[in-house]
Design a protein around this ligand. Structure first.
Ligand SMILES: *[C@@H]1O[C@H](CO)[C@@H](O)[C@H](O)[C@H]1NC(C)=O
Ligand SMILES: *[C@@H]1O[C@H](CO)[C@@H](O)[C@H](O)[C@H]1NC(C)=O
Ligand SMILES: *[C@@H]1O[C@H](CO)[C@@H](O)[C@H](O)[C@H]1NC(C)=O
Ligand SMILES: [Cu+2]
Length: 723
């Protein structure tokens, strides 16, 4: 068993290094697996770190939504190997995930019931066509096989990426371009950005772009672009379709200050930052955390319960989120399924080496497939529980990406509710309750960028969904070292962020699929607007105007397409009209947008057509199991014929229906010097907040915290520290 574990782990680590997004280092580089293996081992035993034993070999599914297990993946592969169309040549597997059982069967499933029939959905590519095959694990055979009718290709595989790099690196033109700039081919680091879709040139063949950097004297090659050099590779013919090199006069930016690793010698030699160092800090949980994770995926904490799993495309999926009623104790449905459906990142530079950069990171590269093990104590606090991802390689075999999700309780010193009252003499009141929450976190490293996804649950029923970005800017080489050298008439695609480096302006849009089931599947979407009224009749009050609440229940999809405007405020409620409180209000949850942005690109700009789901910040659609991916099921090189915007043109009825809410959170990003050489995190979030869901404040009777509750802590009077 131990030996087996070792070999699987090493196998997984090959992928840990190789199976990444639009990033792949020169394949001539040899990777050392051993140190990573030990890093992983030490993590298992680190104190304050909880993780279940590695039982992936024997594990069987316990819940109908549990991801495919190692054994199930092996079995699917065996079934496919003897499936007649796949017998002569086993096609590359671009995706293999659980085909989730029917929603209504899952909703009525209870712990202890037999697990529902298990099926796998497999996407493979045969002669340029995407085959979607359903394998029934109980029947042991293929039960459905369709060729996808939409445009686009499935996510790229590791082989696609390494083939593309091999083709690029063996091209003498690339060697020559590198040499002209004084870069040895062995110092080239090339990445494989997606091509997007810009018309007939990109159609009928799978293409990828190649863009290179110099890794000379730095691990942060992203800051040393070989500007103006871009290759287009045909992935299946394995040939260079186009070679462009228009940047030979642009210097490669210096490696100075580009490295960011703590172990980097240069970093160590340098002085510490000019700030007073922090003392050690940690949250202590002497009795352990108060959540439990049953059967590996069902998280139970305080009044919450939900199913949590990694997904190669969405990253992290929350299902069947239910909250306990504070009065009756009943477990009530809130959301059937929530996940990041697509992530659109268009760059604002239309030149030849840049125009195509408009990524759809979930559908093109996968948010889970690019997520790596979290760094204990830095990515997640002490007492975190770590969950592994069981994913599938292009050969149809399983591999394990360890510790890609962490679950932890957060106490950030915040307040849940409070009041002090001193208006009645002699009866001063001081009541305050601290806020402790539960977080599920994952971090995807899609090439240069890192996206940290948090789903945070509060005891008052609120769910906060947060996205943070960090990592490296996608920068452009420039001849200029100072803004005073830039000619007035020259149009720059972004600010100078370091010498010879332009931080190209871009956007990030993350679109969430939120299948709300507030007290059951049949919900309505209500826009509760605030509108200005004039006092009438005039002079009947000293006031001239006031705001009035207007409630509009959306009948069809068009009624629920919303572009947020500060001057037209409205609350966005998902309500269950058949579940009224004792006061007669419908039970609901509201979407509370936080920081966001709208895409300002032309609606007919090709990247915007493909990512038309960003045309509105809010959409509501009737539930349809096949409408999960806002940018289309096959996003790679898609033409935008299978997006949320296209589905929604049907303008279907959405009142008193099982509905899905779609919300896009976004950033415009004008880079600045502080983003170099690695960006401090930028965050944006939105809330799903109960509205007339509970009878009253659900944490009214939450007890306060006293010093006796914290036996390990010294009295918390601040003066004592300064004695
Ligand atoms: C950079 O690396 C090259 C070899 O790759 C070496 O010759 C050179 O001295 C290095 N420069 C610095 C500043 O470390
Ligand atoms: C939801 O509404 C449909 C009709 O639109 C009805 O058939 C179904 O029974 C309802 N489901 C529940 C759980 O109320
Ligand atoms: C579900 O969605 C797909 C894709 O938009 C569509 O082809 C299909 O007709 C839909 N099914 C129903 C029942 O509306
Ligand atoms: Cu950015």
């Amino acid at each position: 068993m131990a030996k087996l574990t070792f070999s699987l782990v090493s196998f997984a680590l090959v992928f840990l290094v190789l199976r990444s997004c639009h990033l792949l280092i020169n394949p001539k580089l040899t990777f050392s697996f051993q140190p990573k293996f030990w890093a992983f081992k030490s993590m298992v035993t680190r104190p304050g770190t909880t993780r279940r034993s590695l039982d992936h070999f024997t594990r069987s599914p316990k819940h109908p939504l549990d991801p495919l297990t190692v054994q199930e993946v092996e079995r699917v592969r065996t079934i496919l190997s003897s499936y007649p169309p796949f017998v002569s040549t086993f096609p590359p597997i671009h995706s293999m995930v659980l085909d989730e059982p029917d929603k209504y069967r899952v909703s009525s499933w209870k712990t202890g019931d037999p697990v529902l029939p298990r099926k796998a959905s497999v996407v493979s590519l045969v002669n340029g066509k995407s085959h979607v095959v359903t394998v029934d694990l109980d029947l042991g055979r293929v039960t459905a096989h369709v060729i996808s009718p939409t445009s686009g290709y499935p996510m790229l595989t590791l082989e696609d990426l390494s083939n593309a790099l091999e083709v690029a690196l063996s091209d003498p033109k690339l060697k020559k371009s590198a040499m002209v700039r004084g870069v040895d081919v062995s110092d080239l680091a090339c990445i494989t950005p997606s091509v997007g879709w810009f018309g007939p040139n990109e159609e009928g063949r799978r293409l990828v772009k190649i863009v290179c950097y110099s890794r000379q004297n730095t691990s942060n090659y992203f800051m040393r672009p070989i500007e103006g050099l871009v290759m287009t590779i045909d992935l299946d013919k394995r040939e260079v379709v186009q070679f462009v090199d228009k940047g030979q006069d642009i210097p490669i930016p210096s490696e100075t200050n580009t490295d960011y690793r703590y172990t980097d010698d240069q970093m160590r030699k340098k002085s510490q930052p000019k700030m007073k160092p922090l003392n050690s800090i940690s949250i202590e949980q002497p009795n352990g955390p108060s959540f439990s994770i049953e059967d590996g995926h069902v998280v139970k904490w305080a009044n919450w319960q939900f199913h949590l799993k990694p997904d190669p495309r969405a990253g992290m999926v929350i299902s069947r989120a239910m909250v306990q009623d504070s009065e009756s104790g009943e477990l009530r449905n809130v959301m059937y399924k929530g996940f990041a459906s697509e992530l659109f990142v268009p760059y604002m530079d239309v030149s030849e080496a840049w125009y195509f950069k408009g990524y759809m990171d979930a559908g093109e590269f996968g948010l889970g497939a690019t997520a790596k093990s979290l760094v204990a104590l830095n990515d997640c606090p002490k007492y975190s529980y770590y969950m592994d991802g069981v994913f599938v390689g292009s050969d149809g075999r399983p591999y394990i990406e360890p510790n890609i999700i962490c679950v932890f309780e957060r106490y950030a010193g915040d307040i849940s509710w409070r009041h002090t009252d001193f208006l009645v003499p002699g009866s001063e009141i001081k009541e305050s309750r601290r806020k402790v929450t539960l977080v599920a976190r994952m971090a995807a490293s899609v090439g240069n960028y890192d996206y940290i996804f948090d789903w945070e649950f509060q005891t008052d029923g609120l769910i906060k969904v947060k996205v943070e970005t960090s990592g490296m800017l996608m920068v452009k080489g420039s001849p200029y070292q100072n803004v005073n050298q830039i000619p007035k008439e020259e149009e720059m695609s972004g600010p100078l962020v370091s010498e010879n480096l332009i931080g190209v302006v871009h956007d990030h849009f993350v679109t969430f699929h939120l299948d709300m089931d507030v007290d059951g599947p049949n919900n309505s979407f209500a826009k509760v607007s605030l509108v200005k009224e004039e006092t009438s009749p005039p002079n009947s009050s000293p006031r001239k105007s006031y705001l009035k609440v207007q409630r509009h229940v959306a009948k069809t999809e068009n009624d629920a397409k919303i572009n947020l405007k500060l001057t037209e405020p409205s609350e966005l409620h998902v309500v269950n009209p058949s579940k009224l409180s004792s006061l007669g209000n419908p039970s609901g949850y509201k979407l509370v947008p936080g920081r966001t942005a709208a895409s300002l690109l032309d609606t007919f700009d090709p990247p915007q057509i493909r990512s038309a789901f960003t045309n509105n910040q809010v959409w509501v659609t009737p539930y349809n199991k096949s409408e999960q991916w806002a940018g289309g099921f096959l996003a790679y090189q898609s033409k935008g014929d299978d997006t949320l915007a296209v589905w929604s043109e049907r303008n279907r009825p959405i009142e008193k229906k099982d509905i899905v809410l779609w919300y896009t959170l976004g950033f415009h990003h004008i880079p600045c010097q502080e983003d170099f050489p690695i960006m401090p995190t930028v965050s944006a979030s939105f809330d799903l907040k109960p509205v007339n869901f509970f009878q009253l404040n659900p944490i009214l009777r939450l007890p306060p915290t006293f010093e006796d509750d914290l036996p390990n802590c010294k009295p918390s009077i601040s003066q004592s520290w300064y004695l």
